[in-house]
Design a protein around this ligand. Structure first.
Ligand code: PBG
Length: 326
């Protein structure tokens, strides 16, 4: 047996940091913020310990807390004051995300990303316009092309409020190109697009749907979000979004889809983001609460692994906690 090759030589305390392949820093992280127009007090989100829905008046304070940990970027989600069939509050000038974004960009140096979708704003909870008979029809579908116009409206209303980047998450075909055209037509050429390019129909979004009150009232999202069984399809989705002008390509969820993150990293030369989703956060918290896992350690290891797989940016509910330890 030849033991002249010994990888352990590079695992001593002196050299380990010098041969580290992956670094995680606070500037890689994006913290989600939930702004709720239906409350004037912070509301804890039960399934996501440590996270709250904050009223518009608290949006700036919430972002300042995040910035103090070293995290520089936030993604804003809104819970509107009312919902309807078409989700009209999603593009209202005095909508919840628009108000919050105006204040955050006016009063802080945070880099502000906004989620562009309809599911939090529609009474049925789907990510676009649905056919009228949808509730009875098991083959209901979201009207892709009709929804696109609304996504353009939402994106420009966010840009008008000062958003630095918009992040369409509805998995409509053509959403990136439509939004790019709408932004450019209104003079927002500098507003970037991070596409939820490969977003899977995942059961890991459960806690978020509580947090943002966006669960579909009937049916599911598998006719627009991707089948978890598919990897090659992610390549096609990402290629289309690159062609349409996406600046950053996102894969979502993150941990169960690290093969997809690595694949996308290989295929594009643009920044890749991964969304470490609510269920990934909740399960670690639940296990830690039982004393089965060391929360700080598994949170850090999760984010490091997502980075190692190829993500440049990570959207994560652990952003503040992990940033504080770096
Ligand atoms: C939809 C949206 C969802 C998430 C982000 N944007 C929910 C969904 O598609 O059902 C999930 C995020 C998470 O689970 O952390 N606009």
């Amino acid at each position: 047996m030849d033991l002249s090759r010994r990888p352990r030589r590079l695992r001593t305390d002196g050299i380990r940091p010098l041969v580290r392949e992956t670094d995680l820093s606070a500037s890689d992280l994006i913290a989600p913020v939930f702004v709720d127009a239906t409350t004037d007090q912070r509301q804890p989100i039960e399934s996501m310990p440590g996270h709250e829905r904050v009223p518009v008046d608290e949006a700036v304070a919430r972002v300042e807390e995040i910035r103090e940990t070293g995290v520089e970027a936030v993604i804003v989600f809104g819970i509107p004051d009312s919902k309807d069939e078409r989700g009209t509050r999603a593009w209202a000038e005095d909508g919840v995300v628009q108000e919050a974004t105006r204040r955050i960009t006016g009063e802080t140096d945070a880099y502000v990303i906004t989620d562009v979708c309809l599911c939090e704003y529609t009474s049925h909870g789907h990510c676009g316009i649905v056919e009228e008979c949808a509730a009875e029809d098991p083959h209901l579908t979201v009207e892709n092309d009709e929804t696109l116009d609304l996504l353009g409206e939402i994106a420009t209303s966010h840009a008008e409020a000062g958003a630095d980047m918009v992040a369409p998450s509805g998995m409509m075909d053509g959403m990136v190109g439509t939004i790019r055209d709408a932004l450019d037509a209104d003079g927002y050429e500098d507003v970037a697009i991070m596409s939820y390019a490969a977003k899977y129909e995942s059961a890991f979004y459960g806690p978020f749907r509580d947090a943002a009150d966006g669960a579909p009232a009937f049916g599911d999202r598998r006719h627009y979000q991707m089948d978890p069984a598919n990897a090659r399809e992610a390549t096609r989705e990402v290629r289309l979004d690159v062609e349409q002008g996406a600046d950053v390509l996102m894969v979502k969820p993150a941990l169960p889809y690290l093969d997809i993150v690595a694949g996308v990293r290989d295929q594009v030369d643009q920044p890749v983001a991964a969304y470490n989703v609510s269920g990934e956060y909740a399960m670690l918290h639940a296990a830690a609460e039982k004393g089965w896992l060391d929360l700080d350690a598994v949170a850090y290891e999760s984010l490091l692994s997502i980075k190692r797989a190829g993500a440049d940016l990570i959207l994560t509910y652990f952003a503040e906690d992990v940033a504080e330890t770096l």
